[in-house]
Design a protein around this ligand. Structure first.
Ligand code: GLY
Length: 408
């Protein structure tokens, strides 16, 4: 990962799209719990913006002394702009739209990035949220460009998109994280009516469902395929404790990915898988009482394994969506678990003290334990999914109130 020095003050890089074209949201109606967390986030990220020099480098983490900034091609570059869009959505304040627009603009070049599956994370969190909230036509074109680039990585022999080009020993690695990038493809088909993007997403999800999971519904991190025959060569890990362990963030990506696959296709197989993964996570004997997982469900506990707040934030966000697709008793169980996770993340054990933590929101995430990288630190994607989960919780409560349903 290339890191960059930070400078003095953030400047908007591009003019705003005209407000006449925009669909500014009314500020989201928020519960007191969500409102307080959004106010906290707004305060932290105001501090962050005041300390950033340019809008084409992206805050990723904080070492305790220094903020780590990355370029657009870093897999995490879309999360900071995405979090700024969520603040715009939550507050309706133009200052967040201005900041989100500027940081989103710096990622335009990623629409031509054919060297990684991560183009989905980079573009859908930034331009995807921007387009959802503003209907800016330029954003739509950039998202299609990104979907086309991502689709070039699909191999019909394997039935999957290739994740990485970087490891010689893996000719065709597919990591569970890759599920997340399918949302860009599903969007592209929904938006254009061209089924080819969706067909790729469905093929990838079906192949992943067949090959990535163990009988207990936990998943491998990496499945390496023979690109000529599609045969599975190896099942291994990259960021987990062992090839046969359950890396916590991998389980979170699986839950989130199969949940939106069900949203977009209504296929019962995806819903069943999402539920099995949710039940694996929530029923795991090593899930701590505060429901914030250790970095790997099978990590040795002694003396004290680090947690992964990012995994918890991703799981909470996914569970708030999954609630909408399952019977009442399961919905209640998932909503309660997600709410408990959010309450833990919002407590002083995980949420930064105002102005601390390099102005990131959450503490105690783990990037790659086996590489000794980003252990027990803030991470931009923990913040992004925390904000997303807060908004999903609010939207869900509002929908139930509006529909006159008893809140589950
Ligand atoms: N997608 C990389 C990670 O979750 O660390």
């Amino acid at each position: 990962m290339e890191t960059l020095d930070e400078g003095l003050a953030f400047r908007s890089a591009r003019p705003l799209p005209s407000m006449s074209d925009a669909h500014p949201p009314a500020p989201a109606p928020l519960s007191e719990f969500v409102r307080e967390n959004i106010a906290f986030a707004a305060n932290q990220y105001s501090g962050m913006l005041a300390q950033l020099a340019a809008s084409n480098v992206y805050p990723r983490t904080w070492t305790g002394e220094k903020r780590v900034l990355v370029r657009p091609a870093d897999w995490t570059s879309g999360f900071f702009p995405g979090a700024l869009w969520y603040l715009f959505e939550a507050t309706g304040e133009l200052r967040w739209r201005e900041a989100a627009t500027a940081f989103t603009a710096g990622l335009e070049g990623m629409k031509e990035n054919r060297r990684t599956h991560d183009v989905g994370f980079m573009l859908y969190c930034s331009f995807g949220n921007g387009y959802r909230l503003t209907k800016e036509p330029r954003y739509r074109a950039i998202l299609f460009g990104g979907a086309q680039s991502l689709a070039t990585r699909f191999n019909p022999n394997v039935g999957c998109i290739k994740s990485w080009d970087t490891r010689a020993e893996w000719p065709f690695p597919v990591i569970i994280d890759n599920m997340m990038n399918l949302e860009l493809l599903l969007w592209a088909s929904r938006e254009s009516g061209d089924p080819s993007f969706r067909d790729i997403a469905v093929s990838h999800a079906d192949t992943t469902l067949r090959n990535h999971f163990r009988p207990d519904a936990s998943c491998y991190h990496v499945v390496d395929y023979d690109p000529a025959t599609g045969a599975v060569r190896n099942r291994q890990t990259h960021q987990g404790a062992a090839d046969e362990s359950a890396w916590s963030r991998g389980q979170a990506w699986a839950l989130y990915g199969f949940t939106f696959m069900h949203r977009e296709t209504r296929a019962p197989s995806y819903l069943g898988q999402a539920q099995r993964v949710a039940d694996f996570i929530l029923g795991h004997p090593r899930l701590p009482a505060d429901k914030i997982p250790y970095w790997d469900f099978d990590a040795p506990r002694i003396p004290n394994a680090p947690r992964d707040a990012s995994a918890a934030a991703i799981v909470a966000s996914a569970l708030f969506e999954l609630c909408d697709y399952v019977p009442t008793d399961a919905a209640a169980r998932y909503r309660e678990a997600a709410t408990e996770q959010l309450r833990s993340l919002a407590s002083s054990a995980y949420r930064a003290a105002p102005g601390d933590n390099g102005c990131f929101l959450l503490k105690h995430s783990t990037g790659s334990f086996p590489r000794g990288s980003e252990i027990d630190v803030p991470l931009n994607y923990a913040d992004y999914y925390f904000l997303e989960a807060l908004l999903r919780k609010s939207r869900r409560a509002l929908r139930h109130e509006r529909d006159g349903m008893t809140r589950r």
